[in-house]
Design a protein around this ligand. Structure first.
Ligand code: NCD
Length: 323
């Protein structure tokens, strides 16, 4: 699952310039981003963290795939650091897509954009843009095909750290459509780098074709892992990416791999339930489980802003008070 080199994401002086993937980041950089993220977290009910550090900077969100929580949280993160934002939801024809993306980026660069936040269904687009922008410009991936979603991996790690206080030895199971999930890949990378023990659970047809080098266990049966896990991470069934015939029906999927209330009752009382959203309630997770006290979905969303603030802060410039 490795791709690229760390140097692709660094400046000549060794500081982080782009965040394209967690794949090549050494654990200490992941830990540093998590520490910075935590400094932007405020208790529920308090005003969110703010700073004017990025005053005068402009951040462009360039999304060619639909997104609500990721796009909005990147926008709020930039604004809470004092930056200006522009949002483009572009529909590019698949032919010459890379080229038209670079044209759009070049136009925006003429308008003094300092960072591009890019979500695209095609592999390689954030890397292509990063290789072609001016030296002072940073690129952040907000989701690349089925491959990588680095800020999601970070926000999930942060959420686990807040509740469990540690990563070492935690048993984490990721259940569902791993094959099509960039969230799963970034979580596997982040959580194994930090010391968790990962198990992937789901029908063989929804597992990646090759697991070469993934430091994970694989289980078919969800019922076999319920009693042992500290964190149960439920993935969205990616209906838009799944080919026909990979599983017979949503009803059958829900019956065998859905986190129903009955299954949730067999979890340890302190097992955490997570989901990246958007949820298919009644398919991969029952509504009552998603809304239960064991579920961290709202904390995940809240942490998304803190993590994206930390990443923008790290890439574009730090300094200035945080209030
Ligand atoms: C995920 C995504 O789009 O990659 N959502 C998100 O960013 N919160 C997960 C998904 O779509 O399944």
């Amino acid at each position: 699952m490795a791709s690229g080199m760390l140097s692709e994401q660094l400046r000549a002086d060794g500081t982080l310039r782009h965040l394209l993937t967690l794949e090549t980041l050494p654990p200490y950089l992941i830990e540093r981003l998590l520490e910075r993220s935590q400094s932007f977290v405020r208790p529920l009910g308090e005003r969110p963290a703010m700073s004017q550090t990025l005053q005068g900077f402009t951040v462009a969100n360039l999304f060619t795939e639909p997104s609500t929580r990721t796009r909005v949280s990147f926008e709020l993160a930039a604004k809470r650091l004092g930056a200006q934002t522009v949002n483009l939801e572009v529909q590019l024809s698949s032919r010459a897509k890379g080229e038209s993306m670079l044209d759009t980026v070049s136009t925006l660069q003429s308008l003094y954009v300092d960072a591009f936040v890019i979500r695209d269904a095609e592999a390689g687009v954030p890397h292509l843009v990063a290789a072609n922008v001016a030296p002072h410009v940073s690129v952040l991936s907000a989701g690349e095909a089925h491959l990588s979603h680095p800020t999601q991996g970070l926000l999930d790690a942060l959420t686990i750290k807040q509740r469990k206080g540690r990563f070492a030895g935690l048993a984490v199971a990721i259940v569902g459509d791993v094959r099509n999930s960039r969230v799963a890949r970034s979580n596997v990378k982040a959580l194994t780098a930090l010391g968790c023990e990962l198990t992937l659970v789901g029908p063989p047809t929804l597992m990646p074709e090759r697991l070469d080098g993934w430091p994970v266990q694989v289980q078919c049966d969800l019922d076999d892992v319920l009693a042992d896990v500290d964190v149960l991470y439920v993935l969205r069934i990616q209906r838009e990416r799944i080919g026909q015939a990979l599983f017979p029906s949503l009803r059958e999927y829900a019956a065998r791999w859905g986190l129903t209330a009955a299954r949730a009752s067999r979890l340890k009382p302190d097992t955490l339930v997570m989901h990246p959203g958007p949820m298919n309630r009644g398919v991969e997770i029952a509504g009552e489980v998603a809304d239960s006290a064991q579920s961290l979905v709202t904390e995940q969303v809240a942490n998304g802003v803190a993590v994206r603030m930390a990443v923008l802060w790290t890439l574009l410039g730090s300094g200035g008070p945080i209030v």
